[in-house]
Design a binder for this molecule. Structure first.
Ligand code: GDP
Length: 197
């Protein structure tokens, strides 16, 4: 993927505020601190397009970006991270309905990159997210990040354990590291496959 430009479009909570549909859309989801901002910044080649989501109490918004590139352009959507213990209860309560409204209704949504830490077995919230994607017929793109933090042996072991937990084949999991940038092309290839499906 060759990126020409990435621009912030807007933030939204409810569908009436989403930007108009003009391009295929790919969203990014994951637990707070999993490395979602780092992954997005690496794949669009920007140092700080997206900032970390783990600020307690911050309003949780869906952030829309437009990526102009070759061979394709898309809307990139940064979904609010989940699972941060210190988020106030009222903010937590809004999160589920906000996700379900977006995942159920967004016509241009071609796939959701679900980011998981290679070192951790997926949490109940990760499984909930995957189950929403399956029930709304949204293509999941599972990316295992922070791969630089594990040895080759641990990587193979964790990949098999995570695949089993997700009831997926391990060949469907994409390995990534924001530190080394390994896996950038593989993430883009999976996104392109979803956009063209
Ligand atoms: P977010 O809350 O999901 O957006 O997570 P961030 O992108 O802010 O990352 C959380 C922490 O993990 C930060 O300290 C990052 O520097 C670190 N991090 C993210 N991705 C990687 C990675 O691939 N490798 C390593 N070693 N650290 C990472």
């Amino acid at each position: 993927m060759h990126i020409h430009q990435t621009t912030f479009i807007k933030s939204a909570v409810k569908p009436a505020d989403y930007p108009p549909i003009d391009l295929p859309e790919i969203a990014f989801a994951g637990r707070s601190n999993v490395g979602k901002s780092s992954l997005i910044n690496v794949i669009v080649e920007r140092k700080a397009l997206v900032r970390t989501s783990s600020t307690p109490g911050r309003t949780q918004l869906i952030n829309f970006f437009q990526v102009t590139g070759v061979p394709f352009s898309l809307n990139l959507v940064d979904l609010p991270g989940y699972g941060y213990a210190k988020v106030p209860l009222d903010v937590k309560r809004q999160w589920g309905p906000m996700m379900e409204r977006y995942l159920s209704g967004r016509e241009s949504l071609k796939g959701v990159v679900l980011i998981l830490d290679i070192r951790r077995i997926p949490s109940d919230e990760d499984l909930q997210m995957l189950s929403w994607l399956r029930s709304y017929n949204r293509r999941p793109i599972i990316v295992l990040t922070k791969c630089d933090k594990v040895t080759k042996n641990e990587r193979a072991k964790q990949t098999a354990a995570i695949a089993a937990k997700l009831q997926m084949d391990k060949s469907q999991l994409v390995h990534f590291s924001a530190l080394s940038k390994d896996g950038r092309d593989a993430v883009w290839q999976a996104i392109q496959d979803a956009v063209e499906a």
